[in-house]
Design a protein around this ligand. Structure first.
Ligand SMILES: [Cu+2]
Length: 242
């Protein structure tokens, strides 16, 4: 599939979803969750394309975007997916599922908010990072943009080096069929951004993604990469101010 043509979805199949979760789920307990994907006439969708090695990608974020998780629900057949997860604290979490019904050119997205009982984590307002360089799991990751204007295609570059010796890392491993994955959310957790990995030459040190920030505001971005058999996740908070 050619991801280089456009960052704007073109062939999204409209869907509906029905989520099942127990009443009063508690923090730090294993919670089974299932979701049924239906078409506009409430008929379960039967067939899904495998995209980046999975039929469904599911992201969980806390309302303040402090918590992020990326998991792959299991397809049970007849439109139903399930997974088990636990939540680190009480509060509201958004579940964002992304999948492509057969025949869809671009992924469909279905969301669901859940309320988890238990002591809430201290909600902190999102503050844009002053410096777009982070150290995570022994890697230094630098984020750069060709431009940062809302409503326009943005190229986002993650450049990864060894945090100790500052050597560029040139042996990243494919993770889910690409050199990296990235997700972005608006600060109010309302907008989930589709981010397309570009076809990247080689295995680092720079991985480029393409997206469109729909409007001005603060966004949190999570980049995920694999090195030495381990996936690492690097978060950034940015301000799209124009
Ligand atoms: Cu995934």
């Amino acid at each position: 599939m050619d991801h280089n043509m456009s960052a704007t979805p073109t062939g999204v199949i409209p869907t509906k979803s029905d989520w099942k979760i127990q009443d009063h789920p508690n923090a730090n307990e294993k919670i089974p969750i299932s979701l049924l994907i239906m078409d506009q006439s409430n008929k379960p969708i039967q067939s899904f394309d495998t995209v980046h090695e999975k039929k469904m990608h599911l992201f969980i974020v806390s309302k303040d975007l402090a918590y992020f998780s990326h998991i792959h629900p299991k397809y049970k057949g007849n439109g139903e997916f399930d997974f088990t997860t636990s939540f680190p604290a009480g509060g509201n979490y958004k579940l964002i599922s992304e999948f492509t019904p057969k025949g869809g050119g671009d992924p469909s997205v279905e969301n669901h908010w859940v309320q988890i009982e238990g002591d809430a984590a201290e909600g902190k307002p999102l503050v844009p990072d002053q410096k777009l360089t982070k150290v995570v799991d022994g890697k230094q990751v630098k984020l750069s943009f060709d431009q940062m204007m809302a409503g326009m295609t943005v190229h986002m570059n993650f450049t990864i080096s060894d945090a100790k010796n500052h050597q560029p890392i040139k042996n990243l491993q494919p993770y889910l069929g690409a050199m990296g994955h990235a997700v972005a959310m608006s600060s109010d957790a309302e907008k989930y951004l589709h981010i397309h990995p570009m076809t990247t030459e080689g295995n680092g040190p720079t991985v480029t993604f393409m997206t469109i920030f729909p409007e001005k505001g603060i966004y949190k971005i999570w980049g995920q990469f694999q090195h030495d058999g381990k996936v690492f996740t690097v978060p950034f908070v940015i301000d799209i101010s124009k």
